[in-house]
Design a binder for this molecule. Structure first.
Ligand code: IPM
Ligand code: MN
Length: 335
């Protein structure tokens, strides 16, 4: 039976890269029933719609969501981010943001498990005396034992399917409250996984290791904001942000999980046909893996790493990957 997927192309290069993702999924022989949602900065500018609650309810019944990128320069910062992306993460309880980084040439192969529903993203804070010389702004970070523990457990389980090593990244020397909660939770859960080796890095040190010795990492678990920043760096050191894929997961499957490239809408290159669709295609592969189409996911991921796909142009890259996934027999129509 076809998987029912909500597709949000979004703004800028979003629709361009999503089209290539869907093309490659089709080339793997996986049937999708897609439902398009016109959402993002463009839609907001047209009629003020960001993300209606009815749409979120509809999404609950879908198998997954595939998103390109959202955001346009003429929409105030934060409006689409908070109103669409974060609302989606919170409403569907997408508590894991999984971001893999692979670059065979440098022997890089690690995953960041980013907590995706708490921390600085919870939106705690506010202004006092806004706009006056005595203005105060506070921005809190919310860390619950439940939220941290389910994220840490996911990371330990993931490490077991890989090279059995998990690193906690935080800033326990300064964030003595949230860091303490994270560290205690990590240590307690670690006792249940004696087969998984563990390490701890402060986030500033992790930045150095990301650049100088990323080979040391297998799985990393970290909080929402550290994970946001570290995964851009992860993309930069492992082939560029054009290759960085991500999955916003609800592992309990009480809401549709969402798959999207890490990059943004890149308005500066929109419509030029030069955006690299690989990150979106790899995100589509993560979606297939989550939907139980492991073989198709593996074939697509392998094709994305093939030097034959290092060509110029959004459509050309998509075509090259699709051709590899499909294999020579069916592509040529003969064996
Ligand atoms: C990401 C993005 C988002 C985030 C923004 C657009 C809200 O940077 O997915 O990494 O900060 O999580
Ligand atoms: Mn980010």
């Amino acid at each position: 039976m076809a998987h029912r997927i909500g597709v949000i192309g979004g703004d800028g290069i979003g629709p361009e890269v999503v089209a290539e993702g869907l093309k490659v999924v089709a080339s793997a022989g996986v049937e999708l029933e897609t439902i398009d949602y016109d959402l993002g900065g463009g839609r907001y500018l047209r009629d003020g719609t960001v993300l209606p609650d009815e749409v979120v309810e509809e999404w609950r019944g879908l198998d997954a969501l595939f998103l390109g990128a959202v955001g346009t320069p003429d929409v105030p910062p934060g409006l689409i981010e908070r109103g669409l992306l974060l609302k989606m993460r919170f409403a569907l309880d997408l508590y894991i943001n999984l971001r893999p980084f692979v670059l065979a040439e440098r022997d890089i192969d690690f995953c960041v498990v980013r907590e995706n529903t708490e921390g600085a993203y919870a939106g705690e804070g506010g202004f006092l005396r806004k706009g006056t010389p005595h203005e105060i702004a506070t921005q809190g970070s919310v860390n619950t034992r439940m939220g941290v523990e389910r994220c840490v457990r996911f990371a330990f389980d993931l490490a077991r399917t890989r090279r059995n090593h998990l690193t906690l990244v935080h800033k326990t020397n300064v964030l003595t409250f949230s860091g303490d909660l994270w560290e205690r939770t990590f240590d307690e859960v670690a006792a249940e996984y004696p087969d998984v080796g563990t390490a701890y890095n402060h986030v500033d040190a992790a930045c150095i290791y990301f650049v100088q010795d990323p080979q040391r990492y297998d799985v990393i678990v970290t909080d929402n904001l550290f994970g946001d920043i570290l995964t851009d760096l992860g993309g930069a050191v492992s082939g560029g942000i054009g290759f960085a894929s991500s999955a916003n997961l609800n592992p309990a499957r009480t809401g549709a999980s969402m798959f999207e490239p890490v990059h943004g809408s890149a308005p500066d290159i929109t419509g030029m046909g030069i955006a690299n669709p690989t990150a979106a295609i790899l995100s589509a592969a993560m979606m297939l893996d989550f939907l139980g189409e492991e073989d198709a996911a593996r074939r697509i991921t392998a094709a994305c790493a093939d030097p034959a796909t290092q060509v110029e142009g959004t459509v050309a890259i998509g075509d090259a990957i699709a051709a590899l996934v499909q294999g020579p027999s069916t592509a040529a129509g003969v064996r």
